[in-house]
Design a protein around this ligand. Sequence first.
Ligand SMILES: [Zn+2]
Length: 77
Amino acid sequence: MDDVDFDELVASLTLREENQAIKSYQNTVAVACPACEARFDDLVVCKENPTSLNLSKQLDLCVGSADGQAVLFTHKK
Ligand SMILES: [Zn+2]
């Protein structure tokens, strides 16, 4: 994600959930995923290293990193 301004990206999104392990943002404005260029549904920032995610749905994931934290872009199938 070298070419992505992560702070700018996050500023366009809506924070939905934050807990000890993750921060989850909803993509309400159809921002394109920096990895695959399709619209993503949610962006998840992993605050703990390592972090477990309990996914309730089947998702395609794109992965990046920002400021040393893993960042996931989720795409619903
Ligand atoms: Zn993607």
